[in-house]
Design a protein. Structure first.
Length: 476
């Protein structure tokens, strides 16, 4: 565990940690709901082809490629009495409700082209609102506290709320859909839009921002472009973004394809599918405090590598163990095993994130957490919308999947099995390669913390040992 060097800290109580984490009821919950249901809703209820449904996501993510880092920059230069991050939490409450609800309005009887245009526009609107609030929110972790232990607790709180809302996302929508059919999606949108909007009041009231140095240089494209390219040139930031993207690509593929795999390959009833996902999520929740405890004594880089390896081993086991002729209890055992690795694979990148912003502050002299958060949010949404969803659509099309047809052809079912297990393993291997390239070792993180503490205290930086300077240059 890195030794901590902090100053100007405020007492971080349980209510503050919970208030911060509740923001991911929207951040994690909306992502899970869209991953689990929106693609299926577009193909099986709206009537779009898998390619058209994947295109809806792809168009939205092309716009995100511009708006996410731009929002990070705007957040960094914002000045208000409420700080540069928290003001957006209040501004986004209404837009969150409207944009999420509109996604689930049924227009299955409209001409096909109009359906495609409607859901594309609504998805773009939702993505813009998501960016408006989640980029400042992600940046806030690094600015509530400079103590690594507190930052880990804040990241863990996010994960706990994500897993809790994921359980709700599994149970409530399916109950509503079974009860109300197509109107179940409409009702789900209404319920979860309200659930996603309200917590931002508590996030705003329960958090704060430590004093920060105003960015140098006025707003403008040249300043924005310089900061954008500085992130891309930073090896620490690039490696971290790739770790984050790989983890979430793997979970996105599993979440999107789970309903297809359980229905068309295993032939399992909906209750078994829901139970399996619930077991995985409960296991993840149980593992979060374990990973938090381990992070105090073990390198987070090592924890990430171990978790991702565990995850991959579970997928290999699942490829052979999760067969239609096997008892459903084997499905639960595999999903529980997967939950152990998934928890670490998703938590560790957020644990590392504040340290990555510290690296940027060391080299730039400014806290640019907003830009880093914007880039991280961009990679997250690009992975889901511009890579995973379109590739899922292309893959389903290539194996001959036919919407609203049951049972599927045998070759299609076998293709589903291979994609479901092998595609996430490929993502995990990318994450393992990225963590090997991450230069942020425990020793370097300790030196970085000490050096930034001295700088923020106004100490003479010429007194920094030459060995420390050489060590920190390897973070660039």
């Amino acid at each position: 565990m890195t030794r901590l060097f902090v100053q100007g800290e405020r007492s971080l109580r349980f209510r503050n940690i919970a208030a911060y984490g509740s923001g991911d009821i929207f951040g994690g919950g909306a992502t899970v709901l869209i991953g689990l249901y929106f693609f299926f809703f577009l193909t099986n209820n709206v009537g779009l082809s898998p390619l058209a449904a994947g295109t809806v996501f792809g168009i939205g993510k092309l716009i995100d490629a511009v708006t996410d880092p731009l929002m990070g920059y705007i957040s960094d230069i914002t000045r208000s009495r409420f700080g540069r991050r928290r003001i957006y939490f209040l501004a986004a409450i209404g837009p969150i409700w409207v944009s999420f609800f509109l996604l689930w309005l049924p227009f299955g009887q409209a001409p096909l082209l109009l359906r495609f245009i409607y859901y594309t526009v609504c998805y773009i609107l939702f993505s813009l609102v998501y960016t408006l609030v989640m980029v400042p929110y992600s940046a806030l972790n690094a600015e509530i506290s400079r103590a690594e232990s507190n930052r880990i607790r804040l990241a863990g709180s996010r994960m706990v709320f994500t897993q809790l809302v994921t359980l709700l996302a599994i149970l409530i929508p399916n109950w509503l859909i079974d009860l109300l059919d197509i109107q179940g999606y409409y009702t789900m949108g209404l319920v979860f839009a309200t659930l996603f909007a309200l917590p931002w009041v508590f996030v705003f009231l329960g958090t704060w921002e430590l004093p920060y140095k105003q960015p140098v240089g006025g707003p403008g494209f040249a300043t924005y472009f310089a900061r954008f390219t500085a992130i891309l040139r930073n090896r620490t930031a690039r490696s971290h973004m790739l770790m984050h993207a790989a983890s979430y690509a793997a979970i996105d593929i599993l979440m999107v394809l789970a309903v297809f795999f359980f229905t068309h390959y295993l032939g399992a009833p909906q209750q078994i599918y829901h139970l399996a996902l619930a077991v995985m999520i409960i296991t993840m929740c149980m593992m979060l405090p374990v990973y938090y405890a381990l992070s105090r004594i073990v390198s987070v880089r090592l924890l990430y590598a171990v978790a991702m390896t565990w995850w991959a081993v579970g997928l290999v086991g699942g490829y052979y163990a999760m067969q239609p002729e096997h008892h459903w209890s084997s499905y639960l055992a595999i999903t529980a095993f997967l939950g152990v690795g998934t928890a670490g694979g998703m938590l560790m990148p957020w644990t590392i994130f504040p340290m990555v912003t510290d690296v940027g502050e060391y080299f730039s002299g400014e806290n640019r957490a907003g830009m880093y958060a914007g880039m991280l949010t961009l990679t997250r949404k690009l992975v889901q919308g511009a890579i995973v969803m379109p590739l899922v659509g292309i893959s389903l099309h290539s194996i001959g999947y036919m919407p609203q047809v049951f049972p599927q052809a045998q070759a299609t079912a076998i293709g589903l099995q291979r994609i479901f297990f092998l595609a996430p393993i490929g993502c995990i291997l990318i994450g393992l390669l990225a963590v090997l390239r991450l230069p942020l070792t425990s020793r370097r993180a300790e030196v970085l913390s000490r050096t930034l503490h001295a700088r923020r205290s106004g100490a003479d930086e010429t007194a920094t040992p030459a060995a420390d300077i050489v060590l920190l240059q390897k973070l660039r």
